[in-house]
Design a protein around this ligand. Sequence first.
Ligand code: GLP
Length: 243
Amino acid sequence: MRVLEVRDYQDMSSIASKIIIEKVQSKPDSKLGLATGGTPIGLYQELIRDYRKNGTSYERVCTYNLDEYVGIDPEDPNSYRYFMEKNLFAHINVPESQVHIPDGTVEDLEAECKRYDDELNRREGVDIQILGIGSNGHIGFNEPGTSFSSHTHIVKLAETTRKANARFFERLEDVPTQAITMGIASILKAKQILLLASGIKKAEVMRRLLTSDEVDEQLPASALKKHQNVTIIADEEALSLAK
Ligand code: GLP
């Protein structure tokens, strides 16, 4: 894993955006693995700014999101589908038919996991996967204890994750208890992975990730140590305990 230390959130966002933009310009039919959460919003803003200024086209790009809440309608402002529309898709020219996000509203969730995996398996793996990290080390919604050989599956969200995400909801009770997420094995199929981390809230998990060689299912992000092309772009605060 290569670690790029940057000054702050803005620098993290702009360096990550340059990597994505270069990829899309050199390979216009790139497959991008996308994430939600507060971390990638600045990166998406940079992509939008570049799209408006330089016209980088997403017409042939396909996107695959990591996860979605169970039981939240795609039109609901708390769904990850809505988040992606608002923060990225509505502002660039990616065709809707090339956007892929698990559907957490279907009756047969197992079938939906299989459908999403089949969709991912039809490709050789995304060109670049963007990841944030939960303060308990989760990637996507793969909570501690998730098997490293997991594919798309249904998860019960850790209480710490529900609390961390409650800031997007009116009340903690409104935060779903389940989600569909790409598994660790699905994530590791990406050709290149960019893990973004910003702020003091991520300092402890970055310490755990970076100060030992241990690869442990209790720290889902440690699976990334098994991948050949991972770049961590993290700011000074996020790395403050990892020195
Ligand atoms: C969420 C998402 C993850 C995200 C993480 C960190 O629960 N499912 O994909 O990376 O938690 O979120 P944030 O970027 O808001 O800190």
